[in-house]
Design a protein around this ligand. Structure first.
Ligand SMILES: [Zn+2]
Length: 285
């Protein structure tokens, strides 16, 4: 079973779309359609067996997706799609929104981002959210890594900042998106010592040198089994992500450098992500 643990769903007209489109073009060297319809998302995850879906909530950088939009989309394929609520602790009623997202919308995890939202992971408002997520068994996908908006504070972005959260809330499941790029080494040493912290490999393949080094480091530290498959759709697609993973392994075997294990793509692609995150398979609910 292949689980794509990192896909976005949003409708995005306006200014923000332009900035995101420009930055995405710089990263991908190709046009990416960022205004996602339910049909587009469904076709993007067609080859995945299950997909985790979320928007992004970060008023500081203009991301204001609405959790109801995700929940409505999840209802179109509830045996396959798992919705996470986008939460920004700086917003009023963020804690109430967690409860509403779970009880009323049926969402089953959270998506949070200190750098996009401009908040310290140890901010008391954030700690309340982490505590509630631990209590309710909600895994949290964290964009704990860099990004492009000028106002987004890098000082809140390093994956090591999540160590205190992992110690305070030992049962809370956290996923560091994009292996915390460009701090993959920090993400790797953190997931090595914190049993409930994982990392996803989404949106890394288009920087092949960095991708090779990140995966090789994960193998050397013995944490490749904590890497989860994700695409970061719409920034990348399923096919490109799978091919990118196979290509980096092939590249490593052609270079006169320490190779990546031949079976690494199969291991990552068939990871029991739902089991690791404590999520029941939606098909069984
Ligand atoms: Zn993403």
């Amino acid at each position: 079973m292949i689980i794509d643990c990192h896909t976005h769903f949003w409708r995005y007209p306006g200014e923000l779309t332009e900035e995101l489109a420009r930055e995405t073009y710089i990263m991908r060297q190709q046009e990416v359609d960022l205004d996602i319809t339910p049909e587009m998302h469904a076709s993007a995850v067609a080859k995945a067996d299950r997909a985790i879906v979320f928007g992004l909530r970060a008023p500081l950088t203009g991301f204001l997706t609405v959790n109801d939009t995700v929940a409505e989309y999840i209802r179109t394929d509830p045996k396959k799609l798992i919705g996470f609520a986008a939460i920004c602790p700086t917003e009023d009623h963020a804690l109430e929104e967690v409860d509403r997202a779970v009880q009323k919308l049926g969402l089953r995890g959270l998506k949070m981002s200190p750098i996009y939202g401009g908040w310290d992971p140890l901010d008391p408002r954030a700690l309340k959210i982490f505590a509630r997520a631990e209590e309710l068994g909600l895994p949290i996908m964290l964009h704990q890594g860099t990004t492009y908006p000028r106002k987004a504070p890098l000082k809140y972005a390093n994956p090591v900042l999540l160590e205190d959260i992992a110690l305070r809330y030992p049962d809370l499941k956290m996923i560091i998106a994009h292996i915390g790029h460009p701090w993959e080494a920090e993400a790797i040493v953190l997931i090595r010592k914190q049993p409930n912290v994982f990392a996803d490999i989404s949106a890394l393949f288009y920087r092949p040198w960095q991708y090779y080094n990140s995966l090789r480091l994960a193998v050397e530290y013995g944490v490749a089994d904590k890497l989860l498959f994700g695409t970061d759709y719409p920034i990348t697609t399923f096919d490109e992500s799978v091919k990118g993973l196979h290509d980096v392994v092939k590249l490593s075997q052609e270079m006169r450098l320490p190779p990546l294990p031949e079976d690494l793509p199969a291991q990552i692609l068939h990871r029991d992500t739902l089991g690791l995150l404590g999520l029941d398979d939606p098909a069984s609910l």
